[in-house]
Design a protein around this ligand. Structure first.
Ligand code: SF4
Length: 472
């Protein structure tokens, strides 16, 4: 079911860039080598010197004439801004570089082959009781506070919200209406302050949102949805901004790393500052073809996030937004990646994979099947090793028939004739075998009485006694 893909591998080791364990090293492309450190670390300098035009892009990266013509046409349709810091994470020799794919316009944005891509694929505007606010789930509200971002992600779901040029510097009537709606709606407990990126807001306006939301008793959580720690961490070198965020007391940071190479000393530094100020930092990633749609890259990203104490929260399937079709991969690919995570790495590093459904249906979690079969008194579950296990969830006598034709395989598990089936060559069972050799007493202490099962597996009692009988 995998889609044919002629692109080179996206694994970091194959990128020709380097295979640093994140956080990787600080980088600067030659174009900015001579910039003094005090300017390089200044978010204002980074913003003022962001790459904002195809004319600038062609001096920094290689394009074919056809590509230049195509992205020149796209330039007027969707904003372009890449701070020199984030641009420096690109390998200029790799046209398929994962940072480049996320930030540099592509001729593929002009395609909509399926006709499925939409301006507002999640119908957020239809669930908007006041302009700028989406009230979809019972206890949550999303506020669009600005059309600006430090870097414009080419796959952004809210392109439509970022299309406005310029900022809303002052407090507008729409800002007041959004706060008033939250104040009047007592069911709202969690407010997502988003945009655009709210950390591009003027400080006074950000304070307006934070102070007002803090003062609303029924609001327990203020989530700041921001990519600034990833694309412009220098903004958070400013302790005053950290203090302002922390002053609202209810703030969680919801950030957005997609690739391990985005985890740099700079981003690690600002995550540390946010955590130190008492704000949990969660991450959502988007599954993007050519960027992170392979298990190796995803594992490296998640482990890198754990290393800097960012909790992986969601892995979103890429939304069908206009111009982002080339980033979309199959749900099978997402499930294949999830299969390689659960059980194979720490559970605190595993995000929930979700499809954000059309028609405003909200996030729908997707995961491989772990429930294999079921009877009245037991289920058969599968673990990450492919082990099949009979599991009786309730403390009551089993109902599985003690008489009648006996069966094999999964059915035998349901009948209670076996409690587990283990594939051959299991590494964990081999480890148990080695422990038994080293310590013969281990077998007695840890079970191992299932005559037709692997060593060291406890013969779970089955309530109707069938299993106990069959195992003597
Ligand atoms: S930072 Fe967020 S809102 Fe801004 S372009 Fe990227 S995904 Fe969209």
């Amino acid at each position: 079911m995998a889609e044919p893909d002629t692109r080179p591998s996206t694994t970091p080791a194959a990128s020709g860039f380097d295979d640093d364990e994140p956080p990787s090293r600080s980088r600067r492309l030659p174009a900015w080598q001579d910039v003094p450190d005090h300017l390089w670390t200044d978010w204002r300098w980074q913003t003022q010197n962001s790459v904002r035009s195809v004319r600038q892009l062609r001096t920094l990266l290689t394009f074919s004439p056809a590509e230049l013509e195509a992205i020149g046409r796209i330039e007027s349709e969707y904003k372009l801004a890449i701070p020199p810091y984030y641009f420096s994470l690109i390998d200029p020799d790799d046209p398929f570089d994962p940072i480049r794919l996320q930030s540099v316009p592509s001729p593929l944005e002009a395609q909509n082959q399926s006709g499925y891509e939409l301006e507002d694929p999640l119908e957020e505007d239809k669930d908007s009781p006041v302009p700028g606010l989406t009230h979809r789930y019972p206890d949550r509200a999303l506020l669009i506070t600005t059309p600006n971002c430090s870097m414009y992600c080419r796959y952004c779901t809210r392109k439509r919200a970022t299309l406005t040029r310029g900022g809303w510097e002052g407090i507008s009537a729409d800002d007041e209406r959004m706060i008033d709606y939250v104040r009047r709606t007592e069911s709202i407990r969690d407010v997502i302050v988003s945009g655009g990126d709210p950390l591009t807001l003027p400080v006074g306006k950000l304070r307006y949102y934070l102070d007002n939301l803090k003062a609303i008793d029924h609001v327990d959580v203020i989530r700041i949805g921001t990519r600034v720690p990833v694309t412009l961490p220098q903004r958070l070198f400013d302790q005053e901004l950290i203090d302002l965020l922390a002053s609202a007391e209810k703030v969680y940071i919801q950030t957005h790393f997609n690739h391990p190479r985005e985890i740099t000393p700079e981003s690690a530094r600002v995550v540390k500052a946010l955590l130190k100020a008492g704000m949990p930092v969660n991450n959502h990633s988007v599954l993007l073809k050519g960027v992170n749609d392979d298990l190796g890259t995803m594992r490296e990203l998640l482990r890198g996030l754990l290393r800097i104490k960012v909790r992986p929260y969601y892995l979103f399937h890429c939304d069908p937004v206009t111009g982002a079709g080339h980033f979309r991969t199959s749900v099978w690919k997402g499930l294949e990646i999830m299969e390689g995570l659960r059980g194979h790495m720490s559970g605190i590093g595993i995000p929930t994979y979700v499809v954000d459904s059309p028609h405003g249906g909200g996030k729908i979690p997707m995961m491989p099947n772990y429930l294999v079969s079921m009877a009245d008194d037991a289920v058969v579950l599968r673990n990450y090793e492919g082990m099949l296990i009979r599991y009786q969830a309730e403390d009551k006598p089993g109902l599985s028939p003690a008489a009648g034709p006996r069966t094999r395989g999964v059915s035998a598990l349901l009948q209670g004739d076996k409690t587990q089936l283990m594939p051959e060559g299991n590494e964990r069972m081999e480890r148990r075998r080695r422990m038994e050799v080293l310590d013969p007493g281990y077998e007695a202490g840890c079970g191992g009485g299932d005559s037709d099962g692997p060593p060291g597996v406890l013969p779970l009692p089955v309530m109707n006694g069938r299993h106990a009988a069959s195992n003597g």
